[in-house]
Design a protein around this ligand. Structure first.
Ligand code: BGC
Length: 726
């Protein structure tokens, strides 16, 4: 097994890739995400210090997460020449991420007079204390030359629908700066502190006020062989988190940098010990898989009690910083197997969102819990009625994601049940989870209300995972998730002791609920089957049968939205993402191998893979079907989505760029469920490997039901060894 492949990076500067590299080199600690931007960048280059779970609405625009003022705004000039990649072509430029230590670094050289000035900088946001971060910025020169170094907290924050911060104030403290502000809507208090320590020069800093806020400016007389280093320690606190952060920053010294870095690296060493997957195979695959895991570790709410992960991680404000089913269906299995505390936090977030989900159901006239399609704090649904802007008319288009993507409730219910089983932790059920599962089951009973009167129970008017076909009836995936949720409700009831069962049932109408669930389950419509192919929804087979290429050729504008009322795909069998295939992937044991094969073969050519959620589902199915090459190709797509930056950036005229934690988690799912063939049946963890031909072996640890196992997988089979500590 190789020990390399812990570094991603690039050489050379290309202004066209600023947005993409901002995503690729993200650092984060679950409390904040800091995009992979450079010290000299500002809002125009999408600098963002994104705060997890802190949302704000400005005017009537979409609510979105708040970006804090940037404590790492650092510029350098030589005379009148800005030593910034944006204004002066560098002699050389490198950026990169050390995945093992979660440290971002850049090295850039600029020509000055007869010599070269080089900037070497690195930064991290602490894995040990979530409110802290630090950077080191070293300037060296091959000739004696004067330069001016400035460092401040940039108050010009990048926002999509802002500004979100009001009452911004700034002031200087001993060797540092402070910016405080309040969010406009909920008046949350945000504080950014920064301490600066200069070494290698005795230049005195002067304070200046600029359009970006306060800055310290240092006139440096560089001489060859004497590098000057600015160490910046910063803290960001919201509401109650401010006090401890301020105390730490106030007493910090330049030596704190090394102490903070050591604590940070120790935290990441622990994360990696639990989650790394080592390949004996192509280096590029190893790196992509590790990078995918890195992205998950960077956005995980490690120490939080009830926080979740947005669909675009902590990379900015796209998708409203909202939590989708991505978390439950894709990310949660990774955390259950590698980091139980994070898994519990993700589950608790949904448990805390129950009141919001009940309110949403009630607003539509239903009982039970209808979870938010785009969930913000307290389960609030941030999804707009008009979620896509038409590229031609520039008008918002009515979409029904919020109203009709009812499979979200099942994703939540099943995830809670599956996580409780995986962690062997009944408290997840008894402390709120059982109530969520029953409320989701109740919602589905009510949603199928009219159907219940008929001999076969139908789930009308929904949107399945394939969002291009809106308001369809009996979507195969949705119906399967509904059935699984009903079954799950019965299983939970059987699992609880008598008083718990009685209390849980009281909230959903008592014993009648049980009878109704049994009837509904027995009569729920199964998909129509044609030559082994399960129809995606009622009437799907009657739609025009054409290829993805045909549909693409009909586009009048590359950013055009394919779905909705007039979308090019809507009247055809072309689908956005895995739908029936996702159902097969999630419930593999319920279908014969022939069914898996027939549906993969039918749906794959008709799938656009227009969502980054799609590839991993196809990869797992391909692996199970022995289609190793296809599996590896899809694995590579999902594992490299944030490395290549080749993902959809637009939905109609709306920017949707950022990182893709569900696709990152998808890479892990493909490795474990697909290539290692991991299953859990009757509380037994088992492996039936389908490694791609290019891979010789794979080794990882996995935690299951309070035990840890070391697993090694080859083409000949798997060895599973129970580890000593729990
Ligand atoms: C996909 C959804 C997904 C969302 C957030 C959409 O494009 O169709 O399934 O939940 O993106 O990732």
């Amino acid at each position: 097994m190789t020990d390399e492949n812990w570094h991603v990076g690039a050489t050379g500067f290309d202004p066209e890739t600023i947005s993409e590299t901002g995503n690729r080199y993200l650092i984060g600690n679950g409390y904040m995400g800091y995009r992979g931007t450079l010290g000299e960048y500002t809002a125009a280059q999408q600098v963002a210090l994104n705060l997890a779970g802190v949302y704000d609405q400005h005017g009537t625009a979409w609510r979105e997460p708040v970006n804090a003022p940037n404590p790492l705004y650092i510029t350098l000039t030589a005379g009148k020449t800005p030593l910034s990649v944006l204004e002066t072509t560098p002699v050389s430029h490198q950026v990169g991420l050390d995945l093992r230590r979660a440290v971002f670094a850049r090295t850039t050289s600029f020509a000055v007079d007869a010599g070269t000035v080089t900037v070497t900088a690195s930064r991290f946001v602490s894995g040990a204390d979530r409110t802290l971060g630090a950077a080191r910025y070293t300037v060296s020169s091959t000739v004696a030359t004067p330069v001016t170094l400035t460092c401040g907290i940039d108050e010009q924050v990048w926002d999509i629908n802002g500004p979100h911060l009001v009452d911004t104030t700034h002031y200087a403290i001993t060797g540092g700066l402070v910016v405080t502000a309040v969010t406009g809507e909920l008046e949350r208090q945000v504080a950014v502190w920064q301490r600066q320590f200069l070494s290698g020069s005795d230049a005195a800093g002067t304070l200046q006020t600029t359009a970006h806020g306060l800055q310290m400016s240092y006139p440096l007389a560089l001489t060859p062989g004497v590098p000057v280093t600015l160490t910046v320690l910063f803290g960001v606190g919201v509401d109650d988190d401010r006090a401890a952060m301020v105390r730490t920053l106030s007493s910090a010294t330049v030596a704190s940098y090394d102490a903070w870095l050591a604590a940070h690296v120790a935290a990441w060493t622990k994360y990696w010990a639990a989650s790394d997957v080592r390949l004996d195979g192509p280096d590029a695959d190893q790196l992509a898989l590790r990078y995918s895991i890195y992205q998950l570790l960077a956005v995980a709410p490690h120490d939080a009690v009830a926080q979740s992960i947005p669909a675009r991680g902590l990379s900015g404000q796209t998708y409203k910083g909202a939590v989708f089913w991505d978390t439950e269906m894709f990310m949660l299995p990774f955390f259950a197997a590698t980091d139980a505390a994070t898994a519990r936090s993700l589950v608790n977030y949904r448990i805390q969102g129950l009141a919001g989900a009940k309110a949403k159901a009630a607003a539509y006239g239903f009982r039970g819990a209808f979870y938010a399609w785009e969930s913000q704090e307290h389960g609030l649904d941030a999804c707009s009625d008009y979620n896509v802007t038409d590229v031609f008319t520039k008008r918002p288009m009515r979409t029904y994601f919020k109203d009709k993507q009812v499979h979200i409730s099942g994703a939540v219910a099943l995830a809670i049940w599956r996580t409780a089983q995986w962690l062997a932790d009944d408290t997840l059920l008894t402390e709120g989870g059982a109530a969520v599962i029953l409320a989701c089951a109740e919602f589905y009973l009510d949603y199928a209300r009219q159907g219940l009167l008929r001999p076969s129970v139908s789930i009308p008017d929904v949107i399945g995972p394939d969002e291009y076909h809106e308001r369809v009836t009996d979507n195969a995936y949705t119906n399967k998730v509904v059935a699984a949720t009903w079954q799950c409700a019965l299983d939970v009831l059987a699992h609880l002791d008598a008083p718990q069962r009685e209390a849980a049932l009281a909230a959903v109408g008592g014993e009648d609920f049980v009878a109704l669930v049994h009837t509904a389950l027995a009569h729920l419509r199964r998909p129509v089957e044609q030559d082994g192919v399960l129809e995606q929804f009622a009437g799907y087979f009657k739609l025009e049968d054409c290829s993805v290429a045909d549909v693409r050729s009909r586009l009048l504008d590359p950013r055009e939205y394919w779905g909705g009322a007039y979308g090019v795909a809507a009247q055809t069998q072309v689908l956005k993402q895995a739908d029936v295939v996702m159902m097969l992937e999630e419930f593999p044991q319920d279908y014969s191998l022939a069914t898996h094969r027939a549906n993969y073969d039918y749906y794959e050519p008709r799938t656009e893979h227009g969502s980054s959620l799609s590839w991993s589902m196809y990869a797992i199915e391909a692996a199970r079907l022995g289609k190793g090459d296809a599996a590896l190709e899809f694995f590579r797509k999902t594992a490299t989505v944030d490395l290549t930056g080749q993902s959809k950036q637009w939905a109609g005229d709306i920017y949707i760029g950022g990182t893709h934690p569900a696709a990152n988690a998808g890479a892990w799912l493909v490795a474990l469920r697909g290539f290692a063939g991991m299953t859990t049946t009757a509380n037994r963890l088992a492996f039936a490997p389908h490694l791609p031909a290019d891979w010789n072996a794979m080794a990882f640890e996995v935690a299951y039901r309070n035990k840890r196992f070391a697993v090694r997988v080859t083409h000949d089979g798997a060895t599973v060894q129970e580890l000593e500590e729990a």
